[in-house]
Design a protein around this ligand. Structure first.
Ligand SMILES: O=P(O)(O)OC[C@H]1O[C@H](O)[C@H](O)[C@@H](O)[C@@H]1O
Length: 292
């Protein structure tokens, strides 16, 4: 199958590649960073500053197969987050991450690259929503997912930019910015409040926090911080499977859980949005690498 993007349409520094057989992508090379985007899922898989550690974790055991979600980078959970609200037979986290996305534009910008993608057609997920994604790569990463209701009735959307943030060792990092926020603990099915201190991780965690940050992930091992900010969101999902959860996941190495924390800009739980006919909503996350 030929690549959906003709190389002549790409600016200098961008190459049409195959992530795996049948899964097309784009590779970006800039003096300050390199990056990889999968058109399958519209999923950013890598952003690595030149000479530095990657911003995003990508599991070396991820499956790269049609019908399977890629484990790592920034999966797009859309048009629902978690289980489908009415139909348990639908895939977890929606259809966007296992659908082909198409390139609407790729341009070089002052700091890097600007990319626009169009998401799966509404027929694929039985709603009247359409999705588009804009990505600014460089100096950090800025991802904006826009949902638009093409129908004549209101339509509900829940979503997450499910970023796998790479860390030197999960047991040594902390997350600040969500102190004292209320959250829904998905593992215990109860509501709770985060402590007043920065968040350290000592066990499996799956929380829908009723706050949008901004937050900072402090990583002394790599002498860096990741500044995380969002808009169009009033909820942040924080997830680590920890050791035991990872042992049950075929697409994650046994020690892979130590290498990432998911901090997801979301419209999850009660933060799902109802879009009037013709209305649109943009969920956005910005990630910036800073020295400690
Ligand atoms: O395994 P996946 O379908 O990719 O989901 C991975 C995780 O995503 C989110 O963070 C959810 O809150 C978790 O409950 C889920 O386990």
């Amino acid at each position: 199958m030929s690549h959906p993007v003709h190389p002549d349409l790409l600016p200098p520094g961008v190459r049409a590649i195959d992530i795996a057989p049948g899964l097309p992508g784009l590779a970006f090379q800039h003096p300050a960073f390199s990056a990889t985007l999968s058109l399958y899922g519209g999923q950013l898989l890598d952003f690595t500053p030149t000479g530095g550690q990657p911003l995003l974790y990508l599991s070396p055991q991820s499956r790269f197969e049609d019908g399977k979600a890629i484990r790592g980078g920034v999966p797009l959970c859309w048009p629902w987050f978690g289980a489908h609200p009415q139909d348990a037979g639908q895939p977890q986290h929606g259809v966007a991450r296992t659908a082909p996305w198409t390139v609407s534009a790729v341009a070089r910008s002052d700091d890097g690259f600007h990319v626009k993608l169009a998401g799966p057609r509404p027929e694929l997920h039985g709603s009247t929503l359409e999705a588009s994604l804009t990505l600014q790569l460089g100096p950090g990463v800025d991802i904006a997912l826009t949902s638009r209701n093409l129908g004549n009735e209101p339509a509900s959307v829940s979503a997450a930019l499910h970023s796998y943030l790479a860390v030197s060792d999960l047991r040594d990092i902390h997350l600040s910015g969500l102190e004292g926020a209320g959250y829904h603990d998905k593992l215990r099915a109860e509501h709770a409040t985060l402590p007043a201190q920065p968040w350290r991780f000592t066990a499996a965690t799956d929380a829908i926090v009723a706050a949008a940050g901004p937050c900072q992930l402090h990583d002394p091992g790599w002498q860096r911080r990741i500044a995380i900010s969002s808009s169009g969101s009033a909820s942040t999902v924080v997830w680590t499977p920890w050791q035991q959860g990872a042992a049950n996941m075929a697409d994650l190495p046994d020690d892979g859980w130590q290498r990432f924390l998911c901090v997801e800009a979301a419209n999850a739980g009660s933060d799902a949005r109802l879009l009037a006919p013709g209305a649109s909503h943009t969920l956005r996350q910005q990630l910036q690498l800073l020295a400690l």
